[in-house]
Design a protein around this ligand. Structure first.
Ligand code: UDP
Ligand code: MG
Length: 332
C-alpha cells in the first residue's frame, strides 16, 4: 500500500492524539484506560497521547483520571472550570491535541478502542477523515434509534454541508482537517456538522455500537432535542425559507378564495356564512405566524450568542504524564 505524505504538524513527535471527553465517569475511567492500553499495545511504533477532558464532573472523575497510568501513551488531563457540555469538551481536546492524527472517543466504551489500529491504517493509506458508522446501536431504546435514524436523514436533507448518516463524533481526523476545524470559532458547536465541514478525503468503517459498560447516558430527551435543533439552525437556513414558502402559499390561496367569495356574492347574491370559518382561519393563521416568529427567534438567539463572543470553554488545571518514566509535571 502506498503511504501518502501528510502536511507537517505542530509537533512531529506525536502520531496520534486520542481525545476523551469525560463527565461523571469515575467508575468507567479505569476500565476504559485498561481497554485503551490493550488496543494501543498493538501500536508500539507510534507515539500516542491520550487527552482526557474533565467536563466539570460532580463526582471524582478528575482524581480518577489524574491517577491513570498507561504504558503505551502519554496522558494529558485537562480540567474545565465547569460543565460546558460534550461539544465544548471535545473542542478543548482538539485545541490541545498535538498529534498528526486525532481520534475522538467516548469514555464509556461505546466507541470501541479496539478499532483504533484499523482507523490508523486507513489514515496511513492517505484518508484525512475516517468516519465510524454505526451499523447497529445495542442497548438503546427503539424510540432513540428510530428518532436518530430520521434525524440524521432530515439534517442531511436540510444542511448545506454534506453530513454522514449514522456517524457520531467517533472519527479520525488528520492534522490538516484539525487545523481547519480550529478556524471555526462559532459558539453554537454542533460537532457532527463542524467535523464534516472541512471535507477532504473521507472513508467510512462500519461497526456495531455496543452498550455503555457502566454509568448512564448523560443526555435527557430534551437535551437531545435541543442538540438536534442546534444542529439544524447551525447548518441550515432552510427553516427560514420554509416559513416564507408557507406564507406565500397561504396568501396566494387566500387571494383566490377571496375572488371566489366576491363572485359568489355578486352573481348569486349569497351572503358569506360567518363565524366558524372566520374563527378557523384566524386561529390557523395566528399559529402559522407564531411558528414563523419562533423560527426567526431561534436564529436571532444564535446571532446574539455569537456576537457576545464568549470563550467556548475555560481550563482550570492541566496535568501531564509521560508514558515510560512516569514523570509528572503540573502546571496551569
Ligand atoms: N460527556 C461530556 N460532557 C457532558 C455530557 C457527556 O463530556 O456534558 C461525555 C461523557 O462522559 C461520554 C461522552 O460524552 O464520554 C458521551 O456521553 P454519553 O455516553 O452520555 O452519550 P450517549 O452515548 O448516550 O449518546
Ligand atoms: Mg455513551
Amino acid at each position: 500500500m502506498k503511504l501518502v505524505e501528510h502536511p507537517k504538524s505542530v509537533n512531529e513527535d506525536i502520531t496520534l492524539s486520542i481525545i476523551v471527553p469525560v463527565y461523571n465517569e469515575q467508575e468507567m475511567l479505569p476500565i476504559f484506560n485498561h481497554h485503551l492500553s490493550k488496543a494501543l499495545s498493538l501500536l508500539l511504533n507510534e507515539h500516542v497521547e491520550v487527552i482526557y477532558i474533565n467536563d466539570g464532573s460532580t463526582d471524582d472523575s478528575w482524581n480518577a483520571m489524574s491517577n491513570l497510568t498507561n504504558h503505551y501513551a502519554d496522558i494529558e488531563c485537562i480540567n474545565l472550570s465547569r460543565n460546558f457540555g460534550k461539544e465544548a469538551a471535545m473542542t478543548a481536546g482538539i485545541d490541545n491535541a498535538r498529534g498528526e492524527a486525532i481520534i475522538l472517543l467516548d469514555a464509556d466504551l461505546q466507541d470501541p478502542p479496539e478499532l483504533i489500529p484499523k482507523m490508523l491504517n486507513a489514515w496511513k493509506q492517505g484518508f484525512d477523515v475516517v468516519n465510524m458508522k454505526r451499523s447497529s446501536r445495542l442497548g438503546e431504546s427503539r424510540l432513540k434509534r428510530w428518532s436518530a435514524h430520521i434525524y440524521y436523514r432530515l439534517l442531511d436533507h436540510l444542511s448545506e454541508v454534506p453530513l454522514q448518516k449514522d456517524v457520531g463524533d467517533f472519527r479520525l481526523l488528520s492534522r490538516r482537517v484539525v487545523d481547519d476545524i480550529k478556524k471555526l470559532s462559532e459558539r453554537s458547536r454542533y460537532m457532527k456538522g463542524i467535523l464534516s465541514w472541512p471535507g477532504y478525503k473521507q472513508t467510512t468503517i462500519s461497526f456495531e455500537r455496543p452498550e455503555r459498560v457502566a454509568g448512564e447516558t448523560k443526555w435527557s430527551f430534551f437535551q437531545l432535542v435541543k442538540l438536534g435543533l442546534s444542529g439544524i439552525t447551525a447548518f441550515s437556513v432552510k427553516p427560514l425559507q420554509i416559513s416564507t414558502w408557507v406564507g406565500t402559499l397561504i396568501s396566494t390561496s387566500a387571494f383566490f378564495y377571496g375572488l371566489w367569495v366576491v363572485a359568489k356574492t355578486l352573481f348569486f347574491g349569497e351572503t358569506v356564512a360567518g363565524y366558524p370559518s372566520i374563527m378557523l382561519t384566524q386561529l390557523f393563521l395566528g399559529g402559522v405566524q407564531l411558528i414563523a416568529i419562533g423560527v426567526l427567534g431561534e436564529y436571532i438567539g444564535r446571532i446574539y450568542a455569537e456576537t457576545k463572543g464568549r470563550p467556548i470553554y475555560l481550563i482550570m488545571d492541566k496535568q501531564s504524564q509521560k508514558n515510560q518514566n512516569g514523570m509528572v509535571k503540573k502546571h496551569g
